[in-house]
Design a protein around this ligand. Structure first.
Ligand code: BG6
Length: 473
């Protein structure tokens, strides 16, 4: 490995969160319920009928009231960019209203102003697993074409309002997760086991049209906007060199790349047309849809946590754990405490694969290690976490990022997931911590909500200050 620092001078270093995992204040200032307010166990159990006290997201880490102090801490680390989402149900509490909720809009005005005070650029996910509950219950989420209209109204509202405050936008978080998790990802309330593939792919199509419309509208409102898609990046390796396994990988890859392909190329690729035909699925295109899809994204953003394997051999198909989409376990890799297999080289691999395929800038908007941290008191009497394992994880991944940049990949930035501890998406635990900043709150509801700098806080500060140079010391 070479020791030259390849990170470009304007590289966007930062961290990433979502509204529903940090804000809390779930009914404050006119906010309506979102699907997250009835998911006390993440994706592990079916949703409840009403919000229940054991749902950690109702309070989150109380970011809604503490954002000023939190942004100050992120600024202390030297953040150039902060990725969060706008909670749709703060702006349109039910989702199908004509007029937005002014208090919700004001909150994000204040938040973005606070970021700019420190020279931090906001990067905003428009829809991050937090569909307004009413849209899920009354319309069955994205199965219903009317969702496009509601999303369009929401998008126009926030684009107009924040056109001078936000430049970077992502249309849907991990849009490809809808195939496996239609409720959290697509707000679809029909239980997965009763959901037809016909309806599922129709929902996907509606999201594609909505996403492309957002790109069109955004560029009309402010031509300087940079609008990206956001997908789960998951390299899939054949379990063996058996050509049957390789073809299985090709098919599995297609099910994923379909999402970025439509966003970047502006049309449905041949492999998916064949798949839909063979499955007896007819996706209904309304007049004009084909044209709308041609509004392609400015960049591709993605989350990266792990790779997986595929095999055609049914006897070897032992599913791994994973971030919303999973595959067969790789015998060469170790896993996190939550069973997610760790593969830094997979990040270099997938960056090259995307760049070779699209020749468009990439943005890594999620990467990180969920671990059960222990708060200790150091020899100076300060409370902290000695999270060397997190430092090691991030360092190994960033070294591979540097390799990919040297391979010629154009990368806009890197935001670690959960830069401040937050509530997990898949398990809804607070115990699964990703942050550089420890938040004193626990799954039994106890804790002071105080914030403490972990060891990784100081490490990441050095990384940013040296523009990645300290990785090579
Ligand atoms: C991604 C999501 O799936 O992974 C985040 O975009 C999520 O919302 C992150 O939190 C990590 O997953 P988890 O389950 O550990 O929170």
């Amino acid at each position: 490995m070479t020791h030259t620092n390849p990170f470009p001078p304007d590289f966007l270093w930062g961290g990433s969160v979502s509204a529903n995992q940090i804000e809390g204040a779930y009914l404050e200032d006119g906010k309506g319920l979102s699907i997250q307010d009835i998911m006390p166990n993440g994706i592990q159990t079916p949703p409840t009928t009403e919000p229940t006290e054991d749902n950690m997201k109702l309070i989150g880490i109380d970011f809604y009231h503490r954002y000023k102090d939190d942004i100050k801490l992120l600024a202390e680390m030297g953040f150039k960019v902060f990725r969060t989402s706008i909670a749709w149900s703060r702006i349109f509490p039910k989702g199908d209203e004509q007029e937005p909720n002014e208090k919700g809009l004001q909150f994000y005005d204040n938040l973005f102003d606070e970021c700019h005070k420190y020279g931090i650029e906001p990067l905003v996910t428009i829809s991050h697993y937090e569909t307004p509950l009413h849209l899920s219950r009354e319309y069955d989420g994205w199965i219903n074409r009317e969702m496009i209209e509601f999303y369009e109204r929401y998008v126009r509202t926030i684009f107009e309002r924040y056109k001078h405050k936000v430049k970077y936008w992502l249309t849907f978080n991990e849009i490809n997760s809808i195939l496996e998790h239609p409720f959290i990802s697509g707000g679809i309330s029909t239980p997965a086991e009763r959901l037809s593939k016909q309806n599922l792919y129709q929902a996907v199509h509606h999201e594609f049209v909505a996403s492309a419309l957002a790109v069109k509208i955004g560029h009309e409102i402010n031509p300087d906007f940079k609008i990206g898609c956001m997908v789960i990046a998951m390299p899939i390796y054949p379990l063996t060199p058996n050509p049957d396994d390789v073809i299985k990988v090709m098919h599995a890859d297609h099910m994923n790349t379909f999402f970025a392909d439509v966003h970047v190329r502006g049309y449905y690729p041949g492999y998916i047309k064949r798949y839909l035909r063979e499955q007896g699925i007819t996706v209904l295109f309304e007049p004009g849809d084909e044209e709308i899809l041609k509004n392609t994204v400015d960049f591709i953003s993605f989350s990266y946590y792990q790779s997986c394997c595929e095999t055609a051999d049914p006897l070897k198909q032992v599913k791994g754990e994973g971030n919303l989409i999973g595959g067969v376990q790789n015998p060469y890799l170790k896993a996190s405490e939550w069973g997610w297999q760790i593969d830094p080289q997979g990040l270099r691999y997938i960056m090259n694969a995307y760049y070779d395929r699209y020749q468009k800038p990439l943005f890594i908007v999620e990467n990180g290690l969920g671990a059960a941290d222990e708060l200790i008191t150091d020899h100076n009497g300060n409370k902290t976490v000695e999270d060397d394992y997190r430092i090691d994880y991030l360092k190994q991944h960033l070294i591979q990022v540097a390799e990919a940049i040297q391979d010629g990949v154009e990368l806009m930035g890197y935001t670690t997931w959960g830069c401040i501890d937050l509530v997990s998406a898949t398990t809804a635990e607070l115990k699964k911590r990703y942050g550089f900043i420890y938040v004193d709150r626990h799954d039994d509801g106890s804790g002071t909500l105080e914030r403490y700098r972990k060891k990784s806080f100081h490490w990441y500060k050095d990384i940013i200050q040296s523009n990645g140079g300290s990785l090579f010391e």
